[in-house]
Design a protein. Structure first.
Length: 539
């Protein structure tokens, strides 16, 4: 596999002429295929040498003179909660009980814009990438490792420069006061989600071996346990309030792979959000919302994360499909639509059609994007929303930090047109990264199924077309196609009213959501496609 450049295509020639720019390797080889996915979307997989060298020359030491310019939060209890395999920790929470009975909660975000100076080759590179790309077996970072995993990563027992949103919050999770600005913190503890979840579920301060990221049992400081439990309590109130306002709860199951040292998939598991994930999510949403509101109400140009209302035609389509499973959408008002979508997503949890309904509901939504034109965020039910909390992996967050500091310093509103262009570029790059991520999951699923050709699997019909049915295997979410001409128990035709294949003689119906038994016929790594043998309907 190679990357080639077309140089000439003469009128009389039936094929173009070009030259090979880069040899990726042999088709089917793991690295070749992953690099090919990146190349297909024009995404890089390494940094130009001059960018790496520039990054390595940055002074990342913590200076007393810089600390003096910041709010010093080093004495306040602070910790991070992240996935156990995370390399970069870009957010931390601090917690302090105030004398009036309220709580001071700080959302501290790596101060990337302090190191990433405008007009440098490092900043140009970060802007061009606009996002980190999360493939199944690797991360292609937006920033070189010296920043993403070290200087900007809020690692335990290290002092770090941060940009913070600090709130005084009462027992009802209402924000009484807020402050935004640059800070310096010291993280007392690093938790994986599993460890924080264990504390929330058991209220126990001893993390057992099987939950611990260190592989050893250890005792957590009582103050951190108390802080975690109180933050969880407040997060649940924030979440409940959000849902009551009409936010839509997308907790889609994520497919993850257990990989061996060679990057080969050995097993599949599902990542499900629990209380610890929701705790972090709610406080990040709070910071994002309040930062956007703070600038938005000043009517100054800003980078918003916006999400339009769903398209009615798409919702009617969704209604047609979900009615087959006995669900419906109430179209009376905007609030009724949100409520019935939430009920739908709740009702399908744990059912065979869950993944299908989740996927179709997400597809019926508009795409969230970046813009200077604030229309609010439909899915979150926020009038103001921005991205402030992940500047290590998203360039819009870097822009938000810069603009926020500029306006805190009394700056006038910036050129909206220039920032709208930057927003469009960021949204486009995010789209490419999402496609590459999706392709890498498909690639891994095909690779995984190559080794399971002799087994029969139970699946759900996830799509019906005139050329066949798509089937998603329940136990690993791998999707493949059974061609209509190869379903041998009858002669089937496509009925577009029912989204079904109907047998001419038996009148047997194969429709969305039906359970079927399939076997792998072909696993094509290059096309990232699975073909299944149709064995039978599961009655």
């Amino acid at each position: 596999m190679v990357i080639a450049k077309i140089e000439d295509w003469p009128k009389k020639a039936d094929s173009p002429f070009g030259s090979i720019i880069k040899v990726l390797g042999k088709p089917g080889e793991h690295d070749t295929e992953i690099h090919a996915i990146l190349a297909e979307y024009g995404l890089p997989y390494d940094f130009p040498i001059e960018v790496e060298l520039f990054a390595q020359k940055i002074d990342t030491s913590i200076q007393e003179s810089e600390i003096k310019k910041r709010r010093d939060m080093r004495e306040t209890l602070t910790f991070t909660i992240d996935p156990k395999d995370a390399k970069d920790f870009d957010d931390a929470l601090s917690f302090k009980k105030l004398e009036n009975g309220n709580y001071e909660i700080g959302i501290h975000i790596a101060d990337v814009s302090y190191y990433l100076q405008e007009g440098t080759i490092l900043d140009d590179e970060a802007f061009n990438r606009a996002t980190s790309v999360y493939l199944v077996d690797r991360v292609v970072p937006m920033l070189p490792e010296v920043l993403s995993n070290f200087a900007c990563s809020l690692r335990p027992q290290e002092e770090k420069y941060t940009f913070s949103a600090i709130f005084e919050i009462n027992e009802k999770a209402q924000v009484m006061n807020q402050w935004f600005g640059r800070t310096v913190i010291f993280s007392d503890q690093r938790f994986a989600y599993e460890e924080a979840q264990y504390i929330i579920e058991t209220k126990n301060n001893t993390i057992p071996v099987e939950t611990s990221i260190t592989g050893k049992s250890y005792v957590v400081n009582d103050d951190i346990v108390a802080a975690t439990l109180k933050l969880d309590e407040l997060a649940k109130i924030l979440r409940r309030n959000r849902m009551n306002e009409g936010a839509i709860s997308f907790d889609k199951v994520e497919v993850k792979f257990n990989l061996n040292d060679a990057g080969e998939p050995e097993g599949v598991y599902f990542k499900i959000s629990k209380d610890a994930n929701h705790l972090i999510e709610e406080f990040m949403l709070l910071a994002n919302r309040k930062v956007a509101e703070f600038i938005g109400k000043q009517k100054k140009t800003f980078v918003y994360r916006i999400h339009d209302e769903p398209n009615e035609d798409k919702l009617i389509n969704l209604q047609t499909i979900i009615s087959k499973f006995g669900y419906s959408i109430n179209f009376k008002s905007k609030a009724d639509i949100s409520k019935s979508l939430n009920n739908l997503l709740n009702d399908v949890v744990g059912k065979k059609e869950q993944n299908l309904v989740d996927t179709l509901t997400i597809r019926s939504m508009s795409k969230a994007k970046y813009s200077t034109d604030n229309i609010g965020h439909y899915g979150l039910a926020f009038d103001y929303y921005s991205h402030f909390t992940s500047p290590i992996r998203r360039y819009p967050d870097v822009m938000v930090h810069r603009l926020l500091q500029y306006y805190l310093d009394g700056g006038k509103s910036v050129d909206a047109e220039l920032y709208e262009e930057k927003c469009q570029h960021s949204s486009n790059m995010e789209g490419l990264a999402t496609n590459a991520e999706r392709d890498s999951i498909k690639y891994m699923q095909v690779k995984y199924m190559q080794d399971h050709k002799d087994l029969e699997f139970l699946g759900v019909i996830s799509g019906v077309t005139e050329w066949g049915i798509y089937v998603e295997i329940i136990e690993n979410k791998c999707e493949g196609m059974c061609r209509i001409r190869e379903i041998k128990d009858d002669y089937y035709t496509f009925d577009d009213k029912q989204y079904a294949l109907v047998g001419e003689i038996s009148k047997n119906i194969l429709q969305l959501g039906d359970e079927v038994i399939v076997k792998v016929k072909n696993a094509d790594l290059v096309k990232k496609q699975l073909d299944f043998h149709f064995i039978r309907k599961n009655e």
